[in-house]
Structures are given as structure tokens and as C-alpha cells.
Design a protein around this ligand. Structure first.
Ligand code: C2E
Ligand code: MG
Ligand code: MG
Ligand code: MG
Length: 291
């Protein structure tokens, strides 16, 4: 049973009940309200260079403070939202909030790119490049102040690399990263033809470095493959220095994980960045208002 494997209540009833179950509709209703009521907030996790420890960027990760259920993980509600029109609305909210936060950091001297996760349907929506272009323009940010992360599953489809929206994003100069690499249907040919700059190796492989010879081989060959294509490799879920050391030795470019910094609320992230970026002075930076 799912529950015994430590799944949450949300996942259990999603697995067991059908699409129109009252429970499901309930959560969708809650989610619809959450978007308007400021229950959806972004936390930020640093990405650091494995060679130098320098900060290379921060990833925006969605959090839902549900009034009764407490903190609901994105893994529990994003899949549900993706099956409804709500996903588009959530993504719009996430992009607005992340852009505002990026502008706040950028214009106060903390110039790190902010990565935003987008789902499959968002990527194929021509409203996405339009929203990003307008936002960057309004906040006077360069395209490199933002990055989009898309999971391997969608980018590996034919649709993705022929889509006008993807072309528009590339034309705008917005960098793309392939998220959760290794969990989907990898193809070398596809990877070569995709307009991605960065490949993020899924934490499930990374976490077993030093424990599993198979996973060590997998991670090493991904790092080599990514390098040979002229792209950057980023390891996700790096929890220990031992794992970080393995990755350095393999020549992996960058890492994210508890070893370097957990996802944190905007104010904490600001302090973290101020302590690590070496500019002499910074302007004031109030955490962006998340609606
Ligand atoms: P992801 O983009 O692959 O994000 C990495 C996940 O690993 C995050 O989970 C992060 O909190 C977690 N993590 C970071 N460091 C460590 C570590 O050292 N060890 C372990 N075990 N985990 C670590 P989170 O925040 O629960 O997000 C889960 C997924 O939900 C994300 O995976 C992403 O696919 C999706 N997601 C998050 N925010 C958004 C969003 O705004 N929009 C969309 N469409 N999806 C989102
Ligand atoms: Mg991600
Ligand atoms: Mg990932
Ligand atoms: Mg993931």
C-alpha cells in the first residue's frame, strides 16, 4: 500500500480515487483559492560551482501553506494542477513572483540567475515567452537573469523542439535546463538537438554515489556525455561532502543540495547571498511581495 511507503494522504487518494472524486475536487478547489490568497510562496535554493564553491544561481521552489493540511509539497499538488487549467495560472504566478525577486536581487547588486520550473504544457504555450518578455522588460532585467527548468520527459518529445514557444524562448535568450535527467527517455540524438544549456542529473542517482557502483557509472557517463555536447552538468540532491567529492572528481560543473544550502524563504536567501557574493555594498532588498 502506498501509505506504508511513506506517501502522503494526497497521493494516496489520487491513486485510489477517480478523476472526479469529491476529495480531488476539494483539493482543486483549495488550490484555486490558494492562488488568490497568497498561500503559494516561493523558496529559493542555491546552485554552486563544485570547483570553487561560487554561487551560480538560485532555483525557485514552490511551497503551499495549506490552512488545514500544513505545508503541502509541490510533488503532491503540481501533478494534480497539471491536469487542470490551474497549472497555467500557478505558473503565471510563479513567474511573476520569481521575476520580481530576481529584479530585487539584481538591482541591489546580487546578480544571480533565478531558475523557474515549468511544466510541459506551459512550455508549449506561446503565452509563456510573451509573459517573460514583458516581465523582463518591465523590471529591466536581462534574459540571463532567469532560467527555465523543464523535465526530461517533455523536452524529449518531437513536439518540444519544433514548438514555436520554445523557439521564441531561445530567441529571447532565456537559458533552458533539462531537469531530472536520467529518469526519462534519454536519447543522445535528442539531447544534441535540444536548445538546452544545462543538464540537471536527478538526485536519485547522485545520492547513491559511493554506495552503488552502478549509479557511479551512470552519473559518470552522464557527466561525460553532457561535457562532450558542450553543455553544463548540475548534480541535484547533494547531501554530503562525500558525494560532492565524487562529483568534483568526475568533473561535474555545479551542484545543489543540503550540503550547500537548503531551499529557504526569500529573506533568508538574501542574507545567504549577501554573505557569499563579494561586492562591497548592496542596496536595500526587501523580499518581493508574493500575491
Ligand atoms: P526539482 O525541480 O527537481 O527540484 C529539486 C527537489 O529536490 C526540490 O523538491 C528540493 O527541495 C529537493 N532537494 C533539494 N536539495 C535536496 C537534497 O539535498 N536532498 C533531497 N533529498 N532533496 C533535495 P521540492 O521543492 O519538493 O520540489 C519537487 C518538484 O516539484 C521539483 O523538482 C519540481 O519538479 C516541482 N516544482 C517545484 N516548484 C515548482 C514550480 O514552481 N512549478 C512547477 N511546474 N513545478 C515545480
Ligand atoms: Mg528543478
Ligand atoms: Mg530535478
Ligand atoms: Mg525532481
Amino acid at each position: 500500500y502506498f501509505a506504508k511507503e511513506g506517501r502522503t494522504g494526497v497521493e494516496v487518494y489520487l491513486a485510489e480515487k477517480d478523476r472526479n472524486s469529491p476529495e480531488r475536487l476539494n483539493l482543486l478547489g483549495d488550490l484555486r483559492r490558494a492562488v488568490g490568497q497568497g498561500e503559494l510562496v516561493l523558496h529559493y535554493q542555491p546552485k554552486v560551482s563544485l570547483a570553487s564553491g561560487a554561487v551560480e544561481g538560485v532555483e525557485a521552489l514552490l511551497r503551499w501553506w495549506h490552512p488545514d493540511r500544513g505545508l503541502v509539497s509541490p510533488a503532491d499538488f503540481i501533478p494534480l494542477a497539471e491536469q487542470s487549467y490551474l497549472m497555467r495560472q500557478i505558473t503565471q504566478h510563479v513567474i511573476d513572483a520569481a521575476l520580481e525577486q530576481a529584479a530585487c536581487w539584481w538591482h541591489s547588486g546580487l546578480q544571480v540567475p533565478v531558475s523557474v520550473n515549468v511544466s510541459a504544457r506551459d512550455l508549449l504555450d506561446s503565452a509563456l515567452p510573451d509573459q517573460l518578455e514583458a516581465g523582463l522588460d518591465r523590471l529591466q532585467l536581462p534574459a540571463g537573469a532567469i532560467q527555465l527548468e523543464v523535465t526530461e520527459r517533455i523536452l524529449m518529445t518531437d513536439q518540444a523542439y519544433t514548438a514555436d514557444s520554445v523557439r521564441a524562448l531561445v530567441d529571447l535568450g532565456i537559458p533552458l535546463a533539462l531537469d531530472d535527467f536520467g529518469t526519462g527517455y534519454s536519447s543522445l540524438v535528442r539531447l544534441q538537438r535540444l536548445p538546452v544549456d544545462e543538464v540537471k542529473i536527478d538526485g536519485s542517482f547522485v545520492q547513491r554515489l559511493g554506495k552503488s557502483v552502478d549509479d557511479e557509472r551512470i552519473v559518470r557517463s552522464i557527466v561525460d556525455l553532457v561535457r562532450s555536447l558542450g553543455l553544463r552538468s548540475v548534480a541535484e540532491g547533494v547531501e554530503t561532502e562525500e558525494v560532492a567529492q565524487h562529483l568534483r572528481e568526475m568533473g561535474c560543473d555545479a551542484a545543489q543540495g543540503w550540503r550547500f544550502g537548503e531551499p529557504m524563504p526569500p529573506g533568508e536567501m538574501t542574507v545567504w547571498l549577501q554573505e557569499r557574493l563579494s561586492a562591497a555594498t548592496y542596496g536595500r532588498c526587501e523580499p518581493a511581495q508574493v500575491r
